[in-house]
Design a protein around this ligand. Sequence first.
Ligand code: F6P
Length: 464
Amino acid sequence: MTDPRHLIVVANRLPVRRVSTIDGSEWITSPGGLVSALAPTMTERGNATWVGWAGTAGRAPEPFTHEGIRLVPIELSRAEVQQYYEGFSNSTLWPLYHDAIAQPEYHRTWWDAYVKVNRRFADTVLDIADKDATVWVHDYQLQLVPGMLRQAMPDLRIGFFFHTPFPARELFLRLPWRAQIVRALLGADLIGFQTEVMAHNFRHVVPRFLDDVSSDIDDEVISWAGRSTVAQRHPIGIDYDRFATAASSPETASAVDTLQEALNHPRTVLLGVDRLDYTKGIERRLRAYSELLDEDRVSADDTVLIQIAEPSRTNVNGYAEIRAEVEQLVGEINGTHGTMTRPAVHYMHRSHAFEELIAMYRLADVMLVTPFRDGMNLVAKEYVATRFDDTGVLVLSEFAGAAHELPQSVLVNPYDIDGLKEAIEFAVSMDRGEQRNRMSAMRTAVATNTAQHWARTFIEELEH
Ligand code: F6P
């Protein structure tokens, strides 16, 4: 089916990356939730374009088509990567929107670069958009784009989605450019948030910056300057079928056997899978595990923790420090509790192929997802989707968006080391019956609100 209305997705990154081959290089689809969520809808419409950065500094490639989707690369110079991406996006907005876990930095030169790059994204859309196109802008890197588009082409349908949290009012108000950001966001017809609390946080700041606004914090509709913007919850999901199907394949079963063998058949496998980011709470999780071992409440003779930490934003302040801290803790734990044949923690600082991740999810008796703050956290949902036999326990931070949809998990406050220890102990000893009750409810939730459902309902709401 083709829809006559042109759909343009605008995100910081394109859904592809270039990899080297024997004959040169080729584009492959990036792993990741946004791509699998949007690809089916975009391919189906037949008239869809994705605008984004190709991931390296310097000249952008010419527009091209990949798996049925038109891709329009945006150029970023080395200085823009430093000031717009590493600077304003990831050293100002990212920490601020994650409860200021790290100190946000405020630099006017970074803001100038953010405005300039947002303008470039907007101008690129304006060059290619039909008069009545639907444009869906994604995430904190591009908050000015809705306003820029609205001013130049008032008839566009414009949606915006926050993958990250939107912070509490008191935090957002610290931002020197808060008024420009709120006004630009209100250029959108629909702004989606991962949770109701985040939508509420946004609705709470709006009246502060607009005189003639009609907005009630509990009302999803904000009316301003003769237009309305709906600010509401649209929690993102995962491609459930892809995870569930891979989980039950014979290849996965044999990969799990191989891992069991390599690990010496531990009774309990604990697993953490995160981008190596200071928001993820990896160090507190390791401290909790370490104390459980010290206190003989868990034994490295029959229990092992696998921690995958995918390299991320290595040039941004705070990331090298968190890596050093995590790696020191892993060394200490293994030094104290590991043996020649049985380390207490297996730590891997690299990304893993989809098939490897699925095997690890299937291997894990307890999945530890304990971020200090997270918009959603798709790893929690991925783990659940692979538990076709309803075994396994999810320990989940109450500060991840996913906690709102998965209340049957073992919910924890990730700052509370004693609470984390109790939760891990509780999870390790949970009987099969209780595991089944909790997991089957969570699996139904994850299978119902899929990535495809999220994309479809957001676009429907935006267009109709
Ligand atoms: O979820 C937040 C987010 O910034 C996404 O926009 C992005 O896909 C992901 O984290 C990875 O971050 P980056 O693009 O900075 O590597």
